[in-house]
Design a binder for this molecule. Structure first.
Ligand SMILES: Nc1ncnc2c1ncn2[C@@H]1O[C@H](COP(=O)(O)OP(=O)(O)OP(=O)(O)O)[C@@H](O)[C@H]1O
Ligand SMILES: [Mg+2]
Length: 249
């Protein structure tokens, strides 16, 4: 069953086309990694898919029940504790007080966030702990689909890996599908069932590759070898690590 389907999407900012002819579908329970060079339109695409901005062209079909989002910055309310940050979204979703308490604890545990730290404010937490709160907040609403926009880019390599493992385990447990944007091909190869490569200036998709094995059970050596193979021998992947500063101005 399809959870998300984008068909012929196009978008422009102030008359400048940033996306054209974008089609993509994600099945229920499937994790699709979307990679592409900086500025190619990945965040714009995610915001359109999640309904935060309207596309100029194209059709979107969302067949999931409820989605959540995790961004590169944790986006926590600074005046609220970790617990209150999670509680807040549950309150908005109309969840009753007692269940909110249980769900907050369960989500914190799933995100490997120490329960003792729930009473702390974002300013008292490290970057990794703040990102765990953001993940707990996303999991707490019990989504069947999650949009991730480069959630671990700001974290160091070892922490990044632990956070990837956490997302893999949580997705297997809670069975959510995801569109996972990343700059990092190794991350995409660890976390996803499929990798989709976007054109360097958002003009369609260059590749759509299903990955062998399942996330969490691929040996590191295989993942690394696949990365080398794609980067050096698959033309669609040749430019994914480019940074074009002109487009960032
Ligand atoms: N709100 C906006 N107004 C005008 N132009 C924008 C806006 N947001 C993004 N853009 C432009 O649209 C293009 C695509 O941006 P987007 O942020 O979607 O790319 P991205 O692939 O997410 O990049 P990165 O990997 O650096 O996050 C870029 O040229 C960017 O400058
Ligand atoms: Mg982006």
């Amino acid at each position: 069953m399809t959870a998300l389907e984008l068909h012929g999407l196009g978008h422009a900012y102030f008359g400048r086309t940033v996306l054209a002819d974008i089609s993509l579908s994600v099945d229920a329970g499937e994790i699709v990694a979307l990679v592409g060079p900086s500025g190619c339109g990945k965040s714009t695409l995610v915001q359109i898919a999640a309904g935060l901005i309207d596309a100029r062209e194209g059709r979107i079909t969302r067949s999931y029940r409820r989605h959540a989002m995790v961004f590169q910055e944790p986006r926590l309310l600074p005046w609220a504790t970790a617990r209150q940050n999670i509680d807040y979204v549950l309150k908005l979703a109309g969840v009753r007080t007692k269940e909110r308490r249980q769900r907050t604890v369960r989500a914190a545990e799933r995100a490997h966030f120490e329960l003792d730290d729930l009473e702390k404010y974002p300013g008292e937490l490290s970057g990794g702990m703040r990102q765990r709160v953001a993940i707990a907040r996303a999991l707490a609403v019990e989504p069947d689909f999650i949009y991730f926009d480069e959630p671990f880019t700001a974290l160091d390599v070892a922490l990044k890996r632990r956070m990837q493992d956490l997302v893999i385990a949580a997705s297997q447990q809670a069975r959510f599908g995801a569109l996972f944007i990343t700059h990092d091909l190794l991350e995409a190869l660890r976390i996803a069932h499929r990798i989709v490569v976007m054109h360097p200036v958002g003009l369609g998709m260059l590749a759509d590759r299903s990955l062998a094995g399942s996330p969490g059970s691929r040996p590191d050596a295989d993942t690394f070898a696949t990365m080398q193979q794609l980067l050096h021998h698959d033309p669609a992947f040749a430019h994914i690590h480019d940074v074009d500063e002109r487009r960032r101005a």
